[in-house]
Design a protein around this ligand. Sequence first.
Ligand SMILES: NC(=O)c1ccc[n+]([C@@H]2O[C@H](COP(=O)([O-])OP(=O)(O)OC[C@H]3O[C@@H](n4cnc5c(N)ncnc54)[C@H](O)[C@@H]3O)[C@@H](O)[C@H]2O)c1
Length: 266
Amino acid sequence: MKTLLVTGAAGGVATRVRPWLREHYRLRLLDRREPAGLAASETALVGDITDRETVRRAAEGVDGILHLACAYSFDIDFEATLDANYRAQLYLLDACREYGIGRFVFASSHHVLGQHRVDGFAGDAAPVAPDGFYALSKVFGEGACALYAHRHGIKALSIRIGNADDQVADGRRLHIWVSGRDLAQLIRIGFEHHGITHDVVYGVSRCPDPFFDNARAVELGYQPQDAALDHLAPGFVAREAMPVTAGPDFVGGPYVPQPLIVRSPQ
Ligand SMILES: NC(=O)c1ccc[n+]([C@@H]2O[C@H](COP(=O)([O-])OP(=O)(O)OC[C@H]3O[C@@H](n4cnc5c(N)ncnc54)[C@H](O)[C@@H]3O)[C@@H](O)[C@H]2O)c1
């Protein structure tokens, strides 16, 4: 059984995908906080990915890395993303190079396309249009995966996750929702498929009028099992009824109108 390092292992996405992954892999969980509900095939390390030695120790001996840890909020300033989202991404990829780890799966985000308007949106082929400094760091993260994939032969998959939640809250997220089970299926493709160099796919389940066709994911064998319409939240808000502050007209929703702050005043 292969061993995977999972960063951000105490977070929401990890908590949703771990039950589907630990049937197939031993999981080494790394987070700043203790993850809950450890199974027999999981071990936990408490540490910070912005510390390079912590990353090297955590990565030694694993077969692949699932990189979920991230500094993020819809209004995060650039400086606050620098250590966790830029430097640490390179510490992890460079640990792959150093230890011959052949697989890297990166949690990117639909926010790399966030400033595209929902109407007339060009789908998978649209050029990146990050909607803030969080999204910009994901563009960097994808670029870093491509750099190490082509230079060092690390097979990398960037998954532009839509909305990974238990329920669908509103009419924007209806087009980008993903279940833990479907996301885990994509992650497994990232760790197992032989045809990957650095590929970009969308982490979405079966959604009505999806923003992304997800053609590459389908080519790689992705068959989503769960449907957004089966998971509407009791207080579901249709797109027409969403307030302007929720960004109903943009792929990135409420991230789009936020001010861009390079460095917050100290
Ligand atoms: N949740 C979504 O719908 C969604 C959508 C798009 C992309 N993503 C991406 O998926 C990933 C996981 O998201 P999430 O919703 O689970 O986030 P989360 O905030 O619930 O979890 C992130 C985890 O990372 C840990 N972490 C943060 N910085 C760290 C550091 N420096 N060192 C060690 N651990 C650190 C936190 O303690 C936390 O447990 C993120 O990269 C996020 O950008 C999530």
